[in-house]
Design a protein around this ligand. Sequence first.
Ligand code: 3H9
Length: 705
Amino acid sequence: MTAEASTSVVEHKQDGDVLLVSVNNPPVNALGAAVRQGLMAAMEQADASAAVKAVVIVGQGKAFIAGADIREFGKPPVQPFLPDVCNRIEACSKPVVAVIHGAALGGGLEIAMSAHYRLALPGAKLGLPEVSLGLVPGAGGTQRAPRLMGVKAATELMLSGQQIGAKAGLAAGLVDKLDDGADPVAAGLAYARELLAQGAPLRPVSATPGRLADKAAAQAELDALRADTAKKSRGLFSPLKIIDCVQAALDLPFAEGLKFERAQFLACIDSPQRAGLIHAFFAERETAKIPEARAAQPRAFSKIAIIGGGTMGAGITVSALDAGLVVTMIERDAESIARGQANVEKVYNGLIAKGRMSEEAKAAIMARYTPSTRYDDIADVDLVIEAVFEDLEVKKAVFKELDRVCKSGAVLATNTSYLDIDAIAAVTSRPQDVIGLHFFSPANIMKLLEIVVPAKVAPDVVTTAFELAKKMKKVPVRAGVCDGFIGNRILATYKQAADYLMEDGASPYEIDEAVRGFGFAMGPFQVTDLAGGDIGWATRKRRAATRDPKARYVEIADRICENGWFGQKTGRGFYLYPQGARIGQPDPEVLAIVDAERARKGVTPRPFTAEEIMRRYMAAMVNEGAKVVGEGIALRPLDVDVTFISGYGFPRHRGGPMKWADMQGLPKVLADIEAFAKEDALFWKPAPLLQKLVAEGKDFESLNK
Ligand code: 3H9
C-alpha cells in the first residue's frame, strides 16, 4: 500500500487498483470542514489517477460517520459544503463503495447514499436523525433516501430519527450487500474488487427516479404521512419541512430538489428550535462530566438490593434487571413481597402481551431476581437502593438495618424526592457510602436520574452512581441536598406561580392550556390530577409548620382535596374523569371553589392572556433555577435544563428553562421578575445569580463552559 496525499483526518492510500479513503476524526468521524476538504481531495485523486479503478470509503474507530459536525451549526458556514461533497462523490468517475461498520447517521448516511454501492457490517446503524436536532437532512438525504427506499420508509426514517441495523437497511434498499466480517477495510476492498471483476457500473442515485417511479402511489403515501405529521408534530418546525422536501423529490428534477432541500435546511438552522434541540443534545452528554470523575474510579457492582416493592421499587428493579444486574428485592412481609414481585412481572407481561418480549426472555431476566423478607439476605450485595415510603423516620429505620447487615464498601442509596439525605446518612456508621438516587416514576421508563450528593459521601460512591445510571441508560444529573433537590424544588416554585395565577383570575384550565401551548405535554393541574392530589396535599401539610407566615398561600387545592377529589384515581380532581376517562373535563364545581376562595381572600379576578400566564410561569422557573445554580445545588445551568427536559416534560425544542431564558435575553426575564415583585416581593425575589449575570452582560450559557 502506498500513502498518497492525505489530510490528518482523511487518509487516502492506494491498495492495488483501489483507492482506500479512510476518515479518522475521533470520536465519531463527524464531517467537520477538514473532513469535507479531505473527501473532496480524495475524489480529485481518484479521478486524476489512472491507477485508481475503484474507491472505498471507510471510517476509523467505532463509527462510519456520525453526521455533520453539530458544533459548526450556528457558526458561519465553511466551504466545501456537505451537499457539494456528496455530489462530488456521486460524480466520481470510478465506482465508489461506502463501508458502514458503525453509525452512519445524518450526513454520514448521506455520504454513503452518494456512493455508488453500500456494504454494511453487523454493527451498522443507519439513520437520518436530523429531525431530533430541529433539522431536515441537508446533504441530499431527502432526495436520495426516497429514491432508494421509497417514500414511506424513507420519510418514516427521517420523521422518527430512528436507527436501523444492517439487515433492515438491506431489506429497505438502503444497503446493497452485507458482510459478516469485523474488518471494514478488508470487507470493503474485497467488495470493490468483486464489483470491478463484474464490471459493475457507476450507479448515481440521483440519475433515476428509483422507487419514486410510481408517482401516484408515492404521492398517496406522502399525503397520508403529511396528514399524520400535521396532527402529531405539535408545533415542531422541521417534520413538515421534511415532508415538503420529499414532495420536492417527487415533483422536481434532482438538482432542483437539492436546492429546495438546502433552503429548508438553512431555514431550520436559523430556527430557535434548532438552537434548543442542539443545546439539549450536548447538555445531555455534559451532565455526566462531574468533578468527582477526575479522581475516583467507580466501585465494582453486580449484585444489588432494592428495598421496597411498590410502584417505585418495582420500576427500579426492572431498570436494574434490564441493565443485567442481579437483584434482591426486600419487603416487610410475605404479602408485600408477593405484590412487589407481581409489580415487576406486570411490566414484563405487558411487553409479552405486546409481542415485544418472549416468555423465555422474561424467565431469563427473572432468574436474576430474588424476593426476600430478610435483610440478612443482602449481606453480600454491592449496592442498595431504598425505595420505601417517603417519611424520614421510616427511611432512617431502613438505613439502620442496612448499616447492620451490608458488607463494608457497599453503596447505600436512598430514592427520596425531598428528604434530607445528610440526616439519613447520619444514622449509619458510614455516611461516606450514602447517596441519593432520585428516580422518576415510572422508573423503568423515565430517563432522568438525579444523583444527590450529601456532604460526607465519598467521591467513588458518586462515580459509582453515575456508572449505574449509564448501565441503566438513564440521564444522570448531579444535585446537591436541599428540599426537592433540583427538579422538585423548582417545580414547587412554578407550581406556586400557577396557584397565584389561578387565585388572581386565570382558571386552572386556561393555565393548563397555556402551558400545553408552550409545548409541555401537560399543564400543572393535569399533572396534579395524574400524580394524585393527595401527594401534594401531604407535602403541604408537612410544610405547614415551617411555612413563612408572611408568604402567600393559596388554599384552592386543599379545598379540592378536602372533598376527596384526588385526581384521576378518584374520578375527579381539578378535572372530571367520568367512567375512568384519562382526559379530564372542566368541572364547574371546581370553578365555584376557585371563585369562593377568591372571594374569601378579597381578590378581584382579572384576565390573563396565555402569554402573560407563560411569562409568570417561566419567570418563576428560571428564577428558582438561577437560585439552584447560584447555591451550587446544580453544577451548571445545563444541569437544570436536562433535569426539566428528561424528567418534567419540558419541551425539548426549547432547550430547557435556562436555555429558554438565554434566548429571551436575561435582562427581559429579570425585568419581568422585578415587575411581578411589585405585587409580591417575597415570592418574586430575584435570584442573585440572575442579577449578577445581567449586570455583567452575560448569559447562563457562559456558566456551562
Ligand atoms: C447532519 O448530519 C446534517 C446533515 O444532514 C446536513 C449538513 C449540511 N458532531 O453520544 P456520544 C460527540 S446533523 C459533533 O457520547 P455514543 C458527542 O458530543 C447530524 N460531535 O457517544 C460526544 O462528545 P464528548 C446528524 C458529535 O457512542 C462524543 O461525540 N447526526 C457528534 O454514545 C461521543 O458521543 C447525529 O445527530 C456530531 N455529529 O453515541 C448523530 N456526534 O465526548 C449524533 C457525537 O465531548 N450523534 N458527537 O461529550 C449520536 O447520535 C451519537 O453520538 C452516536 C455515538 C450514536 C454517534
